[in-house]
Design a protein around this ligand. Structure first.
Ligand SMILES: [Zn+2]
Length: 314
């Protein structure tokens, strides 16, 4: 994945909290919000707190694996996924991420570029379908930060918080994708992760996140359907990414990176690795095969209406 080096980035869409107090995952070990809510279906009552909790549960575990317990955030030097080891220099995205050339050389600027492209696409596409697009910022943080849904911790992986309408991302997850989940990683794998989160924002705008069945677990449950649709929306953006003006033509290896990442975070693969067996009743995101299939559906159709995961078998 290569950005047009001359593309102008808008770093204001990314809130850079990496230098803020509150960093350092160790200071926030244990606890956190919603972790023990995993696997415990919460019945949606008459809205209010119950609804908020439900939405939080939906928002969490976006790439699964948060149940696997504490993980090391250290990344071995020379990791294949660590294509940019020079990103942490104390500067902010506002200072450093101005052009596509910056996005080609720095991971944090890659985030800015992908966020810009994804929002450019949906801010045109949704109004064409009669739905207003409200921009959603991505919060870059390191270790932990306060989110509208509670404390965000990097071990949770990236998530979309429907309360404050923001995506929370510690870029160390991109390395985790490789070292912890066994994905090959790569720049378009990272782009897929971001586009998936914005898929949840689009679902939010379409009124699809608050459904009473949205957090039910299991192979054909609401949670899996919600997550697979976000994968599909990521595929839809991928199909139109070049048209947004930020990216140069995608290659087959770019798409392969996204599919590989989608497979790496499938429930069946993660469960096999973490618990040694697969328990479909507790699926929340879908199998590797399902995640690849729905990304592909979005990518090949380029049409969000192809992403209706609400009916039939998924
Ligand atoms: Zn998700």
């Amino acid at each position: 994945m290569t950005f047009d080096p001359n593309a102008k980035l808008d770093p204001s869409q990314v809130e850079d909290r990496r230098g803020a107090s509150g960093g350092g995952a160790g200071a926030f070990g244990g606890g956190g919000f919603g972790r023990n809510g995993f696997g415990v279906p919460i019945v949606v009552g008459g809205g209010g707190a119950g609804l908020v909790i439900t939405l939080i549960v939906i928002a969490l575990y976006v790439f699964g694996g948060a149940m696997s317990g504490p993980t090391s955030s250290s990344v071995p030097a020379g990791s294949a996924a660590a294509y940019d080891g020079a990103q942490v220099d104390g500067s902010t995205v506002a200072q450093s991420c101005r052009t596509g050339a910056d996005a080609n050389s720095r991971t944090d600027c890659l985030v800015v570029g992908v966020v810009n492209s994804v929002q450019s696409y949906w801010s045109n596409e949704l109004p064409a379908r009669g739905v207003a697009y409200a921009p959603a910022d991505t919060v870059l943080y390191s270790g932990a930060t306060q989110a509208g849904c509670g404390l965000a911790q990097s071990a949770q992986g990236p998530f979309y918080c429907p309360v404050d309408k923001k995506v929370y991302l510690d870029v160390s997850f991109f390395d985790d994708l490789h070292t912890r989940f066994g994905a090959q990683g790569g720049r378009f794998a990272d782009a897929y992760v971001i586009a998936h989160e914005y898929g949840h924002h689009v679902q939010d705008l379409l009124g699809l996140l608050g459904r009473s069945t949205a957090n039910t677990t299991g192979q054909e449950g609401g949670s899996v359907r919600t997550e697979l649709q976000a994968d599909c929306f990521a595929g839809v953006w991928s199909d139109h990414a070049v048209q947004t003006g930020y990216l140069e033509q995608l290659s087959t290896s770019d798409i392969a990176q996204a599919l590989d990442a989608a497979a790496a975070v499938g429930d069946d693969r993660i469960q096999q690795q973490t618990q040694g067996r697969v328990t479909p009743d507790s699926f929340t995101h879908g199998t590797s095969q399902q995640r690849q299939q729905w990304f592909t559906t979005g990518y090949q159709s380029g049409d969000l209406t192809a992403c209706d995961t609400s009916k039939g078998n998924v």
